[in-house]
Design a binder for this molecule. Structure first.
Ligand SMILES: [Ca+2]
Ligand SMILES: [Ca+2]
Length: 218
């Protein structure tokens, strides 16, 4: 089961709060997608740090060697819809599956399939059944999870948040229960890590051509 507005109409309430306004060139929106034939060939190298997932183009063999050195803390993936969100992280287009031994891993634990986006809000109670962390704002203890079509679910942790089965670093697939505050942020009561993130690389190990993926934190 994947997300659809008809299934979880409450998500509509969240969309204006997150939006894709932080996407500088508008490619986070469905309308900015490249033609599939071209987009399927777009392969990025992604590096996991302790705050973000940073990706850049694979332009030569040296880039692959660098990924190989750090795998699985670095990996390669396609971008089927050309929105600069790699397939493993993209909640509205998982792509056709890049056939590459260095491909970014996917998560099969928990309900549904890897990359399914399941989120609903009922009278202020929020439930994210699965989503992938792409950014961790440590100053605010806030996680960002991509929602379909360039939107975001922001999740704040507190000392009262019960966290099971690991740490929700960028790349982790998670389940969350909580409530939505006046700013549209989910205040997490419980968080379960369905699949852990790769071990983070040091910021200085990320190639300079890589940039954090996803809409930036506002
Ligand atoms: Ca994509
Ligand atoms: Ca997409």
């Amino acid at each position: 089961m994947t997300w659809s507005p008809a299934r979880f109409p409450a998500l509509v309430l969240l969309i204006p709060l997150a939006g894709c306004s932080g996407d500088p060139d508008g490619q986070g929106a469905a309308g900015g997608a490249a033609p599939p034939g071209e987009a399927e060939r777009q392969v990025s190298a992604c590096f996991f740090t302790d705050s973000a997932i940073e990706c850049g183009p694979v332009t030569d063999d040296a880039a692959r060697v660098r990924v190989d050195d750090f795998y699985p803390s670095a990996c390669v993936d396609g971008d089927h819809d050309g929105d600069r969100m790699p397939d493993f992280l993209d909640p509205d287009d998982h792509g056709g599956g890049l056939d590459d031994p260095l491909r970014c891993s996917t998560c099969d634990r928990g309900p549904g399939e890897h990359g399914d986006f399941r989120y609903e809000v009922d009278r202020g109670e929020a439930r994210l059944d699965r989503g992938t962390v792409y950014f961790f704002d440590r100053d605010r203890n806030r996680l960002l999870v991509p929602a379909p079509y360039g939107d975001i679910v922001a999740i704040e942790l507190s000392s009262g948040t019960r966290i099971d089965d690991g740490y929700p670093a960028p790349g982790a697939e998670i389940r969350v229960e909580g409530w939505v505050d006046d700013h549209g942020v989910v205040q997490a009561d419980r968080l379960k890590v369905l699949c852990r993130a790769p071990r983070p690389v040091r910021p200085e190990d990320v190639p300079p051509e890589c940039e954090p993926v996803g809409p930036p934190a506002s």
